[in-house]
Ligand binder design. Sequence first.
Ligand code: IMP
Ligand code: MG
Length: 177
Amino acid sequence: MNYQTKPHILFRHEEITAAVQILAEEIRRDYQDKNPLLLGILKGSFMFMADLVRVLNVPVEIEFIRLSSYRNVGTAPGNLEMVQGLRTEIRGRNILIIEDIIDSGKTIAYLQNYLKKKGAASLKLCALMDKPARREAEITIDYLGFTVPDKFLIGYGLDWDEKFRYLADIYTLEIED
Ligand code: IMP
Ligand code: MG
């Protein structure tokens, strides 16, 4: 394919840092003495997770999970599979899911259902971004950074075909043939 990508900046790193700081204050207030398990969804949440726990300044445990939706190989979206499962005990834990962006909501709906079955004591969701335009599953976001337009976003952990995750800012991406 012959293409050019045209990124436009949406959030500069300074804005992201300010939003992460506010989220950390809210989470600190609610989880001060609860020894929560912060569960990041790979790969998109890795940068957000690192920045969040750095400023959180409360004792937390960290785990990651990897889910695959086969979106790029033509099977029905929402057919989720756990690529890298959990080794940590979930029963009785206060779980806070850390996600980069909520789109259809299917990833989170699947994961929340799984964690409930595993006996989590409490289950909340922290997402840096919410793209509500294409929501299919009903999701409550307990801690949210930004609501974003229905555009494809890259940077700060988010990829397009595994590219651009390393960028410190967040951009909208337009693909031109
Ligand atoms: P959902 O199951 O449709 O809510 O999908 C959420 C997942 O899709 C996120 O964890 C992201 O990895 C990915 N995703 C959704 N929107 C974007 C985007 O604009 N850019 C990059 N990845 C995205
Ligand atoms: Mg993701």
